[in-house]
Design a protein. Structure first.
Length: 531
């Protein structure tokens, strides 16, 4: 799948894909939605040689998608499909496709028809996949972005708990990330927030999502814990907030079904990186489940969807503006991702690493510098959101309080209570804290990926590592891409700047599948060691 996503990356940049990558597609069993996304990306650019052959082949396989794209890119399709072939589809789709772009205007009426038909399966997912790729390449107008967000919210019901009497004037606060590899804040931060309930009136409906592209999802991570159940929106969520100050909330039931479906489709079709789709996805979820205070954790750099700090600032500002306009006080904090924040990549392994931070033990299993870095990021987030909502203490004071709550075990107590309120049996909670690997069913066997060189570890290909875990080890939960395997993953054994010797272990692969020689070779290549 790495080859497929390299092609997607080229298409998003309007660059030509390599011949080797295109040839490699012949041996891959790619989904029809992925073919539709490829066809849309190829429609937008000039094609040469094998790209043309792939384009013609895809157009023949997906005539309904090709005919829609043909209205926008007639020159691209000249001679690529039979002229006499005609297909029936809703007339409005022509306008939805033709008016993509920063100067285009689709309008609310047609966007609503499009989203409603997608949610009710009146139009094929392949058509939506092609449209998403066009948004990636061509962008959206500012007005259509606002309307798309609104339509996505309206695809379901809004649950506003801010004035519910059962919460006794609690201030509802939430942190939400833009996505990065091996980040575990959502597994740890809610319990630190909840541990302050004796001092401030706070609760956190902590909205979490599934894996996206090469990044993990807290939804899937929590699903690795035996018995864990997400409360349904409404009374179950409020009951959880009352009992433990935390509700681990997901977009299920009638909460924003448009985003739930589109989110998973974006993950497998190379369309995650679109700024417009990121904004509409995040904003629509927050508006459907509003809080008194939202802190956006904007990640940028090699392990995220945003390549630069400038891109992070722009996204943060745009999101904050849109959310404030919709009545949600919001701020953002930038976090750089030069390397994974922790050692673990994969659902159960990331839970196990989070337990180490919360329990302040079992450190021998993990790289202590990685644990310290993860803890520092979480305390920064805690200090920021608490000082914004409860300025009785400043940022540094709240950070100190957070550190104390980890050290004295109060955060761990909150975590354990959260688990029991969310359906986990007491004995499993105890086992999880004492022996997370056994409790989560993580195999004691692993493959060691060793360095073939001596030198300094200069870089780690985070996107490829994450994609390998999600798509080849099946750790990325997705309705379009096979069965979720929460136990598989990778533990990193080296950090950037470390001195590496020949034969030194770079990472351990925990997998129920037998590793193939080409997989081992690729994993080795993801770690760049040089003098």
């Amino acid at each position: 799948m790495e080859r497929l996503f390299k092609i997607y990356s080229s298409l998003r940049k309007r660059e030509n894909a390599s011949q080797g990558d295109i040839r490699a597609l012949e041996s891959l069993k790619i989904k029809s939605v992925q073919k539709a996304s490829l066809l849309a990306g190829l429609s937008c650019s000039k094609k040469y040689g094998e790209e043309n052959q792939l384009f013609s082949s895809l157009a023949g396989e997906l005539p309904h998608v090709a005919h829609l794209l043909r209205f926008r890119y007639p020159q691209a399709f000249s001679g690529s499909m039979p002229r006499h072939q005609k297909l029936e589809f809703p007339e409005y789709l022509k306008h939805v496709f033709n008016n993509i772009g920063e100067k285009g205007t689709i309008g609310k009426h047609l966007l609503k028809m499009f989203i409603d038909d997608f949610c009710s399966k009146k139009i094929d997912a392949e058509i939506v996949a092609a449209w998403l790729m066009l948004v990636c390449v061509e962008g959206m107008s500012a007005s259509d972005l606002v309307l798309l967000t609104k339509v996505m919210v309206e695809s379901g019901r809004v649950y506003d708990y801010r004035n519910d009497a059962r919460l006794k004037s609690c201030r509802l606060i939430r942190r939400y990330p833009t996505g990065a590899l091996s980040e575990k804040a959502a597994l740890i931060l809610p319990s630190i927030i909840s541990a302050t309930r004796n001092d401030v009136p706070v609760a956190t409906p902590f909205l979490v999502a599934r894996s996206l592209g090469f990044t993990g999802g807290t939804w899937d991570k929590l699903n690795s814990i035996p018995g864990f159940q997400f409360p349904y929106p409404g009374d179950m969520t409020i009951e959880s907030l009352v009992k433990c100050g935390i509700a681990m909330v997901v977009a299920q039931g009638d909460v924003n079904p448009a985003d739930r479906l589109m989110y998973q489709l974006r993950s497998v079709t190379g369309t995650v990186e679109s700024i417009h789709l990121i904004i509409s996805s995040i904003a629509s979820k927050q508006i459907a489940l509003p809080v008194h205070r939202l802190l956006l954790d904007v990640r940028f750099g090699q392990g995220s969807f945003l390549s630069s700090q400038e891109a992070g600032v722009n996204l943060g500002n745009d999101l904050v503006e849109l959310l404030i306009q919709n009545g949600i006080p919001s701020n953002f904090l930038l976090t750089e991702t030069k390397q994974p924040n922790g050692s673990a990549i994969g659902n159960a392994l990331e839970v196990a690493e989070s337990v180490a931070i919360l329990s302040q033990k079992n450190y021998e299993l993990w790289d202590e510098s990685a644990l310290s870095e993860q803890e520092a990021i979480i305390l920064n987030l805690f200090g920021k959101i608490m000082s914004l909502e409860f300025p009785i203490n400043g940022f540094q004071k709240w950070k100190k309080i957070g550190r104390e709550l980890l050290a004295n075990g109060e955060a761990l107590k909150s975590f354990c209570k959260m688990l029991t309120v969310h359906g986990v049996k007491n004995y499993i909670v105890e086992q999880l804290i004492n022996n997370p690997f056994e409790t989560l069913g993580i195999s004691s066997a692993f493959y060691e990926i060793r360095s073939r060189k001596c030198g300094i570890l200069r870089s780690i290909n985070q996107k490829s590592l994450g994609a390998f875990v999600n798509m080849e080890l099946l750790a990325g939960g997705n309705d379009y891409f096979g069965q979720l395997n929460t136990k598989n993953g990778i533990i990193l054994c080296a950090r950037l700047g470390d001195s590496i010797c020949v034969g030194q272990v770079l990472c351990k692969v925990y997998s129920e599948f037998k590793m193939k020689p080409d997989q081992i070779q690729r994993l080795e290549s993801y770690f760049v060691v040089s003098n």
